[in-house]
Design a protein around this ligand. Structure first.
Ligand code: 5GP
Ligand code: MG
Length: 175
């Protein structure tokens, strides 16, 4: 079995889109907003987006949460687990949730509910990649980097069995 990665979104395209996203997001963030990035997949996206947001002179904080969903490698089961919760920081604060990919929607839907449960104020959502064809919930992200077809992707923080996170571009993993 051979594995190959076919480039889908280049480093240059990602950079340009992240700059544009930051400009879209910045005017919608109230002072004191907590950005909660979902690990591990969103770590590169969060790092780049935050540094772009810094150009917009905002008052923001950063936190992380680690969620996982039961199931096999490529399809979500709908049951989401909290492996690491974010800090109390979000209580009575607005939150911007960041994730790498919006697929079935189960992960982000869970994260939004969890933020409400923790007493967050207004909750916004942003994903780098949106795969609308596999949605199982009625969630739509407030901000989307790229809408992509139903392909299994890796790179730019996104893994396959913990590999390929280090790639600077996003590619389609073919087996
Ligand atoms: P959802 O709960 O929306 O189905 O799951 C989204 C999560 O599934 C993403 O954060 C990501 O961890 C994983 N996922 C969905 N599509 C892909 C993909 O194409 N490649 C990889 N590596 N993970 C994916
Ligand atoms: Mg994820």
């Amino acid at each position: 079995m051979t594995t190959s990665i076919e480039p889908l979104i280049s480093e240059t395209e990602i950079r340009a889109r992240v700059v544009a996203l930051a400009a879209e997001i910045a005017p919608r963030l109230q002072p004191g907003t907590v950005i909660v990035a979902l690990l591990k997949g969103a770590f590169v996206f969060a790092a780049d987006l935050l540094r772009e947001l810094a150009r917009h002179d905002l008052d923001i904080n950063l936190d992380f949460m680690v969620l996982s969903s039961y199931g096999n490698d490529t399809r979500s089961s709908g049951r989401v687990l909290i492996n690491l919760d974010c800090q109390k920081l979000v209580e009575n604060r607005d939150v911007l949730l960041l994730d790498d990919i919006l697929d079935s929607g189960n992960t982000l839907t869970f994260a939004v509910k969890h933020m409400r449960f923790k007493g967050a104020g207004h909750i916004l959502t942003c994903v780098l990649l949106d795969k609308p064809s596999r949605r199982q919930t009625d969630l739509q992200a407030d901000f989307v980097g790229f809408t992509i077809p139903d392909l299994f992707v890796v790179g730019y923080g996104i893994d396959y069995a913990e590999r390929f996170r280090e790639l600077p571009f996003i590619g389609h993993l073919k087996e």
